[in-house]
Design a protein around this ligand. Structure first.
Ligand code: GAP
Length: 462
């Protein structure tokens, strides 16, 4: 990550809007908070669901070469030995001897020296901190311990043998559950290489972070695909997936000018990867990782075959040739998608009357509320007519009914939720059965017949 600006300061207006409007709340707030955990409030939960549903439709339901999976969070502990996570899934941490503050050493170096610390060994990091007399960001002292590895996996105990039974790990990536079920999928689903398996689910990492809102949290969701291929097809498949990932960014409404590719240098590749390209996004705090695309080779299947003793070879149905498939892995973080969408959509507009309007320009595809219906006043027969329209529309889209407060305030509230359209029922409605349809982005209002509402909205929300 390029630490251009302080994350907390640069995200302040968005964090405030998320709290104010029920998108994201700090975790366990009534107990004083619980670091790096968040709740998705009512609108955040809708937004998240829309993203996951659209992803599933795009990458599973609309394709003939993909299947879905919902594997367990707890896998056999040996799986993490095989995958290399037990040994190699570490962050280098360093402690301040004076205030006991604990930091990720690469972040400490990047913040203090404005240089990339990716790929440095713990010894090299320790030397850099000592040689450059890096100060503790908390207390200013220049007295650090040596940097050392810290495994990022959370663990728990299976209680079958009493309180302290066998150790089990909460998965740090969803990918491994797919590898563990690769054979079941091949045996039961009549899939032929090339094919992919997709999964959406929680992952857990014991991250030390200085509070990066939902950019880096300890519990998050991943949308991952393991795409099984012949080795000879890896380069073309990689390029194809890279294009599909850019297409996805456009589909959800991210500005393509803010999405870039970052190639990982050979010496910084994960233990399983022969090539990795990140899609990085221009967040307000700097250009940082949004998604990743990795060529995992046959590393995972070979290791699981070795550690489990199960044959994970694929047999070509025509030639009967046997081989262990190679894998291209596109991976998408749900929380980072939400943060990028919020940053992309957020705007403070100066209006002609001197007011400032805060608005989220969400794509209608992912907007938590598609249409809001208001009676001009909270009285009959306006409220009754508005309720009828609301009842009709809510069968098709996520709609909201709001009858309290000045109409201008109700529009502003929906602008902050990113609702693309608002409908107002007024006295003319009772005369000629038309309503006002207001567009979030242009703020233009048009008069449309009630009986054409479904058709007009279907067209606009397509
Ligand atoms: N299976 C490959 C894998 O897990 P990764 O780059 O470590 O690769 C994939 O993670 C994606 O998960 C990232 O691109 C990011 O979107 C998301 N992600 C990773 N760690 C995260 C964290 N601590 N908080 C929120 N999202 C995270």
């Amino acid at each position: 990550m390029s630490h251009v600006k302080n994350i907390q300061d640069s995200l302040k207006p968005i964090v405030a809007l998320c709290k104010r409007r029920g998108f994201i709340y700090p975790g366990s707030e009534i107990y004083g908070g619980f670091a790096n955990t968040y709740s998705f409030g009512p609108y955040g939960a809708e937004l998240k669901k829309n993203i996951k549903d659209l992803w599933w439709k795009t990458f599973v339901q609309e394709r003939r070469d993909m299947v879905g999976l919902d594997g367990p969070i707890l896998l056999h502990p040996k799986a993490w030995q095989a995958s290399g996570h037990l040994e190699g899934f570490n962050d280098a941490l360093i402690d301040c001897k004076v205030c006991k503050g604990r930091f990720r050493c690469d972040h400490l170096i990047e913040e203090a020296l404005k240089e990339d610390a990716d790929g440095l060994t713990v010894q090299q990091m320790t030397e850099k901190v000592q040689k450059n007399k890096v100060k503790c960001p908390k207390c200013g002292a220049q007295d650090f311990t040596e940097a050392r590895h810290f495994n990022l996996m959370f663990h728990t105990h299976m209680s079958k043998t009493g309180a302290d039974g066998d150790v089990a790990y909460l998965r740090p990536e969803t990918a491994q559950a797919i590898f563990l079920d690769y054979k079941n999928i091949v045996d039961t689903m009549r899939v032929k290489i090339p094919f992919g398996a997709a999964q959406i689910g929680k992952a857990f990492r014991n991250e030390i972070t200085p509070g990066n809102f939902v950019f880096r949290v300890i519990e998050f969701e991943q949308m991952e695909i393991e795409y099984f291929i012949r080795e000879s097809a890896w380069e073309e498949t990689f390029e194809r997936w890279l294009r599909s990932m850019h297409d996805w960014c456009k589909l959800i409404g991210l500005n393509p000018a803010r999405v870039h590719e970052k190639e990982h240098p050979k010496e910084q590749l994960s233990h399983y990867s022969k090539r990795t390209v990140d899609l990085v996004y221009d967040f307000p705090f700097g250009r940082s990782e949004l998604y990743g695309l990795a060529y995992r080779t046959d590393f995972d299947l070979k290791r699981h075959a070795e550690f489990s003793g199960t044959n994970l070879e694929y047999t070509d149905p025509e030639t009967r040739e046997k081989f262990v498939p190679h894998v291209i892995e596109p991976t998408f973080g749900v929380e980072r998608t939400i943060l990028a969408l919020l940053c992309d959509a957020y705007d403070e507009e100066q209006l002609e009357n001197g007011e400032t309007r805060t608005v989220l320009h969400f794509s209608p595809r992912i907007a938590p509320v598609k249409v809001a219906v208001f009676p001009l006043m909270k009285k009959e027969p306006l409220a009754d007519k508005a309720t009828q329209i609301f009842t009709q529309l809510k069968a098709f889209w996520a709609c909201e009914y709001d009858e309290s407060g000045a109409i201008g305030k109700r529009y502003r509230r929906q602008d902050e939720l990113g609702t693309p359209y608002c409908i107002t029922v007024d006295f003319d409605t009772l005369e000629n059965d038309t309503v006002t349809l207001r567009d979030r982005d242009s703020m233009k209002q048009e008069r449309v017949p009630v009986k054409e509402l479904l058709l007009i909205l279907s067209e606009k929300l397509k």
